[in-house]
Design a protein around this ligand. Structure first.
Ligand SMILES: [Zn+2]
Length: 83
């Protein structure tokens, strides 16, 4: 199983996610634990969906995410009309 990881902001060692909690459909809080035993830093970070790169084929209408600026609205309408 893959473990979500990042770098400790204090010592720059690897840190693994220990727990996560859903705060909304688009945001989670994640508790990270630094793997450097001499550091011992534990902190909470947020993971938030920022924008859509390719639309869902089974969209949840409660999810409001902006489209990435690279998406051409006319081409998107045409592809949605064809599906
Ligand atoms: Zn650390």
């Amino acid at each position: 199983m893959n473990v979500l990881s990042t770098y400790c902001p204090h010592c720059r060692s690897r840190a693994n996610a220990r727990t996560s909690k859903e705060m909304s459909l688009t945001m989670r809080e994640i508790t990270f634990v630094c793997k450097n035993l001499q550091c011992g830093h534990i902190w909470v970070a947020t993971l938030e969906a920022a924008r859509t790169l390719s639309p869902s084929a089974i969209p949840n209408l409660a999810v409001k995410l902006p489209m990435s600026r690279h998406i051409d609205p006319e081409k998107l309408q045409m592809s949605l009309a064809l599906s």
